[in-house]
Structures are given as C-alpha cells and as structure tokens.
Design a binder for this molecule. Sequence first.
Ligand code: NAI
Length: 256
Amino acid sequence: GRRVVVTGGASGIGAALLDLLQDLGAADITVIDRNPPDAKVDHFIEADLSSQAGVDAAVAAIEGPVHVLFNNAGVAGTQPAPVVFSVNYLAVRRLTQELTAQMPAGAAVVITSSMAGIGWQAHKDELLKLLAIDDWDEALAWLDAHPDLAADPYALSKECTQLYTHYAARGASWARTRINSACPGPVSTPLLSDFRVTMTDELIDWSVRQGNGRAATPAEVARILAFLGSDAAGYLNGVNIPVDAGLQAALITGQT
Ligand code: NAI
C-alpha cells in the first residue's frame, strides 16, 4: 500500500482528497495542517507551514517512505504577503526537497497550484532568480526588493509553483520521482470568499461563467489531484494541469 502525505487536509479541497484517498485504499495517510482534519487519518501533524521552523518540524515527524506528497495547503491574498508566499510556495518547495530522500522509485509529488499562476511567462527571468534562492529568509527578502510582484502575493506564489513544477521535473534527483500540479479556477471552499476580496467580484463572477456557470466542487479538483498521484499518471511529469471547466481556454482565446 501507498504512504501518502497531504497538507491542508482539514478543509476544502484537501478534506475532499482525504475522503477520496480512503476510498482508493491508500495504506497510510498523514495530514499536515494547523487544524485537525474531520476525517480519520493514520497520522495528524499539527504544524504551521508559514515558517521554515514549522515545515522542518513537520518533516521531522514523518518517518519511513513517502509514495505521494500532496502539497495542497494554501491561503488567499487576504493574508500578509510573507505568509501567502511562505505557505503557498516556500513550504511547498521545502517539503518537497526535504522529503525527496524518503521517496522511493515511482513516487509522485502533486501541487495544488491555481489558474491565478497562469501569468508566470510575463516575468519568467525575475522568477527564475527567485527560484534559485534556496534560503527561506533570503526569498522573503526578495519580496521586499520586488514590491511590484509582491503586490499580488497570491498570483506570485502560484506562478512560482508552476515554474517550480517545470524545473523540479528536470532535476537529476527527480529521475525516479514525478512532480505535477493541478491549477483550479474557482472552487467552492471557504477560500473563495477571500478571493472575492482580493480579486474582485467581477473577476470571480466572470471566471465562474467561463467554468460552465459554477465553481468546481472540492471533489472535482481532488479527483484530478488523486489521479496525478496515481500510477495511472505515470507518464505525466512537470506539467500544470488546468482544472477549470474552460477558464484557461477563455483566457487564451479572449472569449467572453
Ligand atoms: P481551504 O481554506 O478550505 O483549505 C486550506 C487548508 O490549508 C486548511 O485546512 C488550512 O488550515 C490549511 N492551511 C492554511 N494555512 C496553513 C498554515 N500556515 N499551516 C498549515 N496549514 C495551513 O482552501 P482550499 O480552497 O481547499 O485551498 C486548497 C488549495 O487550493 C490552496 O493551495 C489554494 O490556493 C488552492 N486553490 C483554491 C481555489 C479556490 O477557489 N478555493 C482556486 C485555486 C486554487
């Protein structure tokens, strides 16, 4: 059986993923969250993923092999920029790097990114410099030095995960481990009301209209995450998959 780690399993998409993994018969499920999950899991690690110390404490509590790591926890841009950037990107990257040594051949890393990260190509050169920074505090200092990009920390954090997915997939240490992300449009979770604050009602309503007139259910996103973590996706590596009922297509084609 597979040993699975899920961050952000206490709510929304992560909670839906837990139900699904249990249905799929994962042998051992570990949840990392600041809150306890409703679902019964094998291990719950209470940790704050907004700091390096919190991430490292969580890593230290994970013993044995990890077959699938779901980096799903995230916060909206209503939180302070360093928190958004830390939880949504720096923690994703550090958890992934630190757990690599425990991942056997055929292991998979799955990230919950976002359609909000679609614009990374517009500032790819800047972001590559940011991705090259290994030190957590130095990466936060980069935010201070780039107020233009830090002004939308949610988009920045999700752009970073998308670029990270591409680059991590190429690394030598990844020869035996896949990494992919799912990029949802609007999803019916508690976060959606926060997005209305930072992204405006107009943008969210427009995005919902592109997605067949409704937001995704958490389960609709969780099913794609579970697929990306499964052997059925064994030939997928280094891709960011839209889960948006056509929102990306609308953004690309300019249809209204
Ligand atoms: P949610 O708020 O329902 O769940 C997020 C989970 O992450 C919660 O259990 C929360 O406790 C945990 N978490 C947040 N900050 C944490 C921290 N510092 N330490 C430990 N745990 C922490 O949100 P939702 O919607 O399920 O979000 C899951 C992922 O989906 C996030 O990465 C989010 O950015 C992404 N996403 C959500 C969309 C939406 O419309 N809801 C759209 C696109 C992406």
